[in-house]
Design a protein around this ligand. Structure first.
Ligand code: NAD
Ligand code: ZN
Length: 364
């Protein structure tokens, strides 16, 4: 199967529990999946390391273990390899499962670790499409910040020695997801906005793209409307109600791009991420701010949302890049061919020339 197959036969998350307090059900869910003597390994965002009630609510049994993970930088193939090596050294059996509790960074790391426990070599060998041959071990995703759609997608994005690219495979998708809006409590405001805008931008790029179809449109429109309710409209929703809606927006946005594709903002943001280490959510915002020519309505609404929430979107980050870095950034962005084709059509190469892309980056 390749990424450009006209009809994709992609996996969905087979089990999901939703609702305030649903996190309390985790222990019961895991008990049913526990293999004798084999631990569950919990990868938990280190935002929860200190005095967090969430960690106290994780019921450790037998030789289960919690590993705190920093999401300061996005996950790397070397980080996956190191965690896998440690697990294989410490335990004489494969774990019963890997549980990722955090944002896109920690959930992607959990997906990758579960895959690499059953596939030989380095995670870097599997960056690409359908290179994984052996089923992963059981893995569970529990988002604590919403927007990326990593909880539903069949990829886990990793920075490797040569590229930043996901391990896209049928085995990447979580076996179980727990959606508890209460876990979003405590997300810093700017980060809430950047990650939430990742979802909004998924919707715009999917709905405005040439790959759009009824499947993607139905999920994309729902997620788009939910984003407007959460980020733009003046309504009577409580913060708690908005968290539930944002969680569902993220889910639907992820489903929408599963059967279509993202576009210009994501392609350019990957370039920023690779060269400058700019994180996904904020990188998308930095780029999207300048994409009126491609997504006029979406960008106008985005600017209203920025204004409403008084969020800082950095500017001028590419103004004094070296020539070499600019070239790399352009190479990385242009290598994401399906994204450009979705955004601009089959003739995208004649529209998005290197010179054009450079002139856009320089403004950012
Ligand atoms: P993140 O996981 O990088 O976390 C952002 C920040 O929020 C971190 O500092 C983290 O500690 C903090 N945080 C998370 N939950 C918190 C909480 N409840 N309280 C306080 N702080 C909290 O953010 P993200 O935007 O969700 O994920 C970005 C990553 O997702 C990138 O690595 C990107 O490549 C990846 N991504 C993956 C997919 C996919 O389909 N797999 C899609 C889009 C993006
Ligand atoms: Zn995204």
């Amino acid at each position: 199967m390749s990424v450009n197959n006209e009809y994709r036969n992609f996996p969905m998350v087979p089990r999901v529990v939703f609702g305030k307090g649903s996190f309390n059900q985790l222990s019961l869910i895991l008990d049913l999946k526990r293999e004798t003597q084999a631990p569950f390994i919990f990868l938990v965002d280190d935002a929860f390391e200190k005095e967090s009630s969430l960690v106290k609510r994780i019921e450790l049994k037998f030789n289960d273990k919690i590993l705190f993970i920093s999401a300061e930088e996005e996950p790397k193939t070397s980080q996956v390899d190191a965690i896998v090596k440690d697990i294989l050294e410490v335990y004489d059996k494969l774990p019963s499962g890997i549980i990722g509790i955090g944002g896109g960074s920690v959930m992607d790391l959990a997906k990758a670790v579960s895959l690499m426990l059953t596939n030989k070599g380095s995670a870097a060998d599997y960056q690409g499409w359908d290179l994984i041959k052996t089923k992963s071990i059981y893995h569970v995703g529990i988002p604590t910040i919403s927007g990326t759609g990593a909880e539903v997608s069949r990829t886990c994005v990793l920075s490797g020695p040569i590229r930043k690219l996901g391990i896209n495979s049928d085995y990447t998708t979580f076996d179980q997801v727990v959606l508890d809006p209460l876990l979003l409590d405590g997300v810093p405001k700017n980060q809430w906005f950047y990650t939430g805008m990742d979802c909004f931008i998924h919707c715009v790029e999917s709905l405005e793209g040439t790959f759009l179809n009824d499947f993607s449109q139905s999920y994309g429109e729902k997620a788009y409307d939910l984003c407007l309710e959460v980020f733009l409209e003046d309504n009577d929703l409580t913060e708690e109600e908005k968290r539930g809606k944002l969680m569902m927006a993220s889910w639907h946005g992820g489903m929408s791009i599963a059967y279509s594709q993202v576009g210009v903002a994501h392609a350019m943001s990957y370039g920023l991420g690779f060269v400058l280490g700019t994180k996904h959510g904020i990188g998308n915002c930095i780029v999207f701010n300048y994409l009126e020519d491609y997504y006029p309505e979406g960008v106008a609404i985005f600017k209203k949302m920025v204004e409403k929430h008084q969020v800082d979107i950095p500017i001028g980050i590419c103004s004094d890049l070296t020539e070499e870095k600019m070239e790399t950034m352009i190479n990385v962005a242009l290598s994401l061919e399906p994204l450009w084709e979705n955004a601009l059509g089959k003739d995208w190469k004649s529209i998005m020339t290197r010179a054009k892309l450079r002139s856009m980056y320089i403004k950012m």
